[in-house]
Design a protein around this ligand. Sequence first.
Ligand code: NAP
Length: 321
Amino acid sequence: MKALVITSLAGPEALAIQDVPDPTVKAGQSLVRVSAGGLNFADFMTSKGGYPGTPPPPLIAGREFAGVEEQTGRRVMGYTQWAAFAEKTAAYRNLQWPVPERWSFEQAAAFPVNFFTAYLGYWQAGMTQPPLPGRSHRVLIHAVAGGVGTAAVQVGRLLGIEMYGTSSSDEKLARVKELGLQHGINYKGNDYEEVVKNLTHGEGVDAVFEMLGGEHTAKSLRCLRDFGRVIQYGTATGKAPQIDVRALYAKSASVQGLWLTYLSQKAEIMEPAWKRLSEWIGQGKLIPQIGHVLPLDRAIEAYKLLEGGKNYGKVVVKIAQ
Ligand SMILES: NC(=O)c1ccc[n+]([C@@H]2O[C@H](COP(=O)([O-])OP(=O)(O)OC[C@H]3O[C@@H](n4cnc5c(N)ncnc54)[C@H](OP(=O)(O)O)[C@@H]3O)[C@@H](O)[C@H]2O)c1
């Protein structure tokens, strides 16, 4: 079968389409004929050797997919750690979900990582339950126009959350506003800390979805209101998050990590999340935002969109017709 192989950890240029043997199906897995793959920032990091737990190359790239389960003919979308960007993948059944009736394979491939991460971010921030009477929840979402960001806006809207979101582009922010983002902040011309402070009358937000790292962790902490939480789930700047634990005292604040790779192993967390997400899908209230669909032979270009922060929403790689 054809697969997108990480030939060395030298970044997107070291990706190559190769003929490889069909995957071996392990206990608990099923074989899926893949139609489309969802590209994640983690895939770009993996290609450079910057993702924890990456096995030595050569290895097949890709962590989420949509296609047809060979044995049952069911349309499925799934989450895995590697080997999704291939004509066939062997994936654990507990991390496969039925493709909603009205969705294309491209839409389905754009769902698992973004929507589970976004939902679990709200869950970790204590926002999947209604706020105390007379108070609304506020969140600041970094990279609001990206894959996780556009999912977080859709979920946040359903949870009744007041959302602030950052992006480098007014054009991208305008698109996310159509999804329900109330306060778009272009960080190229504005200091998001100042904007949040002004718009919330000095109070701050209850949670920040922080995936930049470096100084942004400390800055995001300063955007919090009392008892607020920074949900740290990435380091797109490539820099280690800066944090002075003493800064947490002032507002009884906290910084909490979120890693889907780890949480996805826990059925007691994933099942209630899917129950809530699938109810919303059934009501037509969640639509994965796809900015770009590229064929597998243009995968390098797809990776570079994420590397350069040029994407809107999800980048999808088309694997079969
Ligand atoms: N912990 C987890 O389980 C988990 C799960 C999913 C994703 N993540 C993390 O969440 C983040 C978003 O992932 P995603 O796949 O949804 O990607 P994405 O948000 O679709 O793409 C990245 C976006 O980040 C913004 N950005 C800001 N600084 C950047 C930089 N230095 N380099 C590149 N982009 C930058 C860009 O948007 P603007 O130009 O608009 O700012 C870019 O479009 C990543 O850090 C990823 O590793 C973590």
